[in-house]
Design a protein around this ligand. Structure first.
Ligand SMILES: NC(=O)c1ccc[n+]([C@@H]2O[C@H](COP(=O)([O-])OP(=O)(O)OC[C@H]3O[C@@H](n4cnc5c(N)ncnc54)[C@H](O)[C@@H]3O)[C@@H](O)[C@H]2O)c1
Length: 256
């Protein structure tokens, strides 16, 4: 028998926000590394297509249409993993959204509520249901997506910066609380990553891509798979003594 050198052999993994961008890249990376994946997001057509692609490659994959801001949906996503595969080993809480190009004093409550809801309440909902499931099987690993905006401030993005800083706090608080019970909880903090929203942003704001590259020691935009690789490692047993860590995956943006 040959040794299995994959990062996540047979792990049951929930990935939220899996219909596009970093989440879709994570679905491919986690499946390639041996995980049985449950993909959760709101757009069924995209989830269905991705599950079909992964199954064609021999992976085990399911999807759940879920809005992470709704507790009943996060419960259903975790239940899908447990009902289908018998357990939940790892989770990548990646669903998120940022918008707003106006100054803070002109932002309305609706934008604030929406940004806090998906980026913070979504992770909060997921954490509670995932931890409850993992406690029944003796442990697991969770990765929450923060942002470089969770480590430092950028202008005209106050609610997003606040929410992503809160994800850092939530990650550390949860990690401290459950470390002794075998659940590791970490966060990735991506720099600017070439997803659909970012491509649209670059097109809408001339010069922004070049300005970001100029401020980044590795002067380029990340690819979604580069963030997914970090999340996969943090979810794997290879990071077995890492918890409460916030890992920038940003080409050095936050170190300078
Ligand atoms: N792309 C970047 O430059 C960048 C940088 C730092 C952090 N991030 C973070 O990375 C994560 C993924 O972003 P992305 O760039 O891949 O964007 P994306 O829009 O391609 O992906 C976000 C995913 O989350 C899903 N989603 C949004 N709200 C949801 C909700 N309420 N319930 C369920 N699913 C929901 C979307 O449908 C999508 O599948 C987000 O948390 C984002 O804040 C992205």
């Amino acid at each position: 028998m040959t040794a299995d050198h994959r990062l996540l052999p047979e792990k049951v993994a929930l990935i939220t926000g899996a219909s596009s961008g970093i989440g879709a890249a994570a679905a491919r990376v986690f499946a390639r590394e041996g995980a049985r994946v449950v993909l959760a997001a709101r757009r069924e057509d995209r989830l269905k297509a991705l599950v079909t692609e992964l199954r064609e490659q021999g992976a085990q994959a399911e999807y759940v249409v879920a809005d992470m801001t709704r507790r009943e949906d996060t419960r259903a996503a975790v239940a899908c993993a447990v009902d289908t595969y018998g357990r939940l080993d790892v989770a990548f809480n990646n669903a998120g959204w940022g918008a707003g190009r106006e100054p803070l004093h002109e932002m309305d409550d609706e934008l604030y509520d929406r940004i806090l809801d998906v980026n913070l309440r979504g992770v909060w909902n997921c954490l509670r249901d995932e931890i409850a499931a993992m406690l029944t099987t003796g442990g697991g690993a969770i990765v929450n997506t923060s942002s470089v905006g969770g480590l430092l401030a950028t202008p005209v993005a106050a609610p997003y910066v606040a929410a992503k800083h809160a994800v850092v706090g939530l990650t550390k608080a949860a990690a401290a609380e459950y470390a002794a019970q075998g659940i590791r909880i970490n966060s990735v903090a991506p720099g600017t990553t070439r997803t659909e929203v970012v491509t649209e942003w670059f097109a809408a704001v001339p010069g922004i891509e070049e300005a970001l590259h100029a401020a980044t020691p590795q002067p380029r935009t990340a690819e979604p798979a580069e963030i997914a690789e970090a999340a996969a490692w943090l979810c794997s047993d290879r990071s077995s003594f890492v918890t409460g860590a916030i890992m920038p995956v940003d080409g050095g943006f936050t170190m300078v």
